[in-house]
Design a protein around this ligand. Structure first.
Ligand code: A2P
Length: 282
């Protein structure tokens, strides 16, 4: 994103009422997010405890001895004392080092032998040290979640699993499994992504053009985006819509003044194509 646009967007979002901010070191804008939060605190608009900031441990930082220093680096960039949630961004590790996507001479990603359970123990230590209030995971499937949940001597369960989730990819099985284990699903790409071909499977049709979402929206005088977001929160999925447009940032927050009927929820659930936009081919 252009320099400064993240700072502006986060400030607009906080003014609009947003409190949960989903960030990551690899988004390269944590300094702007931190600045926005600090400016809003200085203005007296919010207190630090009103904000819920989620940071992420990148793939090159899975070795246990790297976990805490990596979180400390994020805190330094944010200029905050703690994150509310720190999550393992992906269940696969890359070779540690400066390259975010370390590659060999053939352009292939260099993976790194890793033990997710050991990484998790280092995450637990971050919580104990007060650097993260809660810890969780992202892009974990059931088998990977079970590995953590069944770890001998587990101190803290993951509180959340951030995965792709929206009307075209509703995750019914994972959602049920996570419900049974008190793990909150945080749904990324809740609007069907920005359709950036460098990382999105655009052969799946645009979510917001869906006739059912648009027809239901018409009934409530809402947009397809608002219906998609309402659908997710109404089934207990946390949403993290992304927008750098002030009007759409505000629009995406106007979802608490209507509710979908059971029949509409079923209709939207039936849109599930079981196809991901974000394939994470690496
Ligand atoms: P923009 O930043 O121009 O608003 P997701 O949250 O699923 O990743 O989707 C993000 C994409 O959806 C961005 O391209 C964003 O563009 C767009 N977007 C965000 N809010 C809306 C909205 N209310 N209506 C239409 N498009 C939206």
């Amino acid at each position: 994103t252009p320099k400064g646009s993240c700072l502006e967007s986060v400030k607009i979002a906080i003014d609009a009422g947003y409190r949960h901010i989903d960030g990551a070191f690899v988004y390269y804008n944590e300094h702007e997010v931190g600045q926005a939060i600090r400016e809003k605190i200085a203005e007296g608009r919010i207190k630090r405890e009103d904000i819920f900031y989620c940071g992420k441990l990148w793939n090159t930082c899975h070795p246990p001895e790297l976990v805490r220093p990596t979180l400390e680096k994020t805190l330094k960039i944010l200029q905050l004392d703690y994150v509310d949630l720190y999550i393992i961004e992906l269940p696969m590790a890359f070779k540690p080092g400066d390259a975010i996507y370390p590659k060999d001479e053939n352009g292939k990603i260099i993976y790194h032998e890793t033990d997710l359970c050991a990484t998790w123990e280092a995450m637990e230590a971050c919580k104990d040290a007060g650097l993260a209030k809660s810890i969780g995971v992202s892009n974990f499937n059931r088998r990977q979640l079970e590995m953590i949940l069944n770890k001998p001597g587990l101190k803290y369960k993951p509180v959340s699993n951030q995965v792709e989730c929206h009307p075209y990819f509703t995750q019914p099985k994972l959602l049920e499994f996570c419900r049974q284990h008190d793990i909150v699903i945080v749904g990324y790409s809740p609007l069907g992504t920005s359709r950036d071909e460098t990382w999105v499977n655009v052969s799946s049709p645009p979510l917001l053009k869906d006739p059912v979402l648009n027809a239901i929206g018409k009934k409530y005088n809402k947009t397809a985006a608002q219906v998609a977001l309402r659908f997710s929160i109404q089934r207990g999925v946390v949403v993290i819509p992304k927008s750098f447009n002030p009007q759409r940032i505000r629009e995406n927050f106007q979802i608490f003044d209507f509710s979908l009927t059971e029949k509409e929820m079923k209709e939207i659930e039936a849109l599930n194509k079981n196809v991901r936009y974000v394939e994470l081919l690496m």
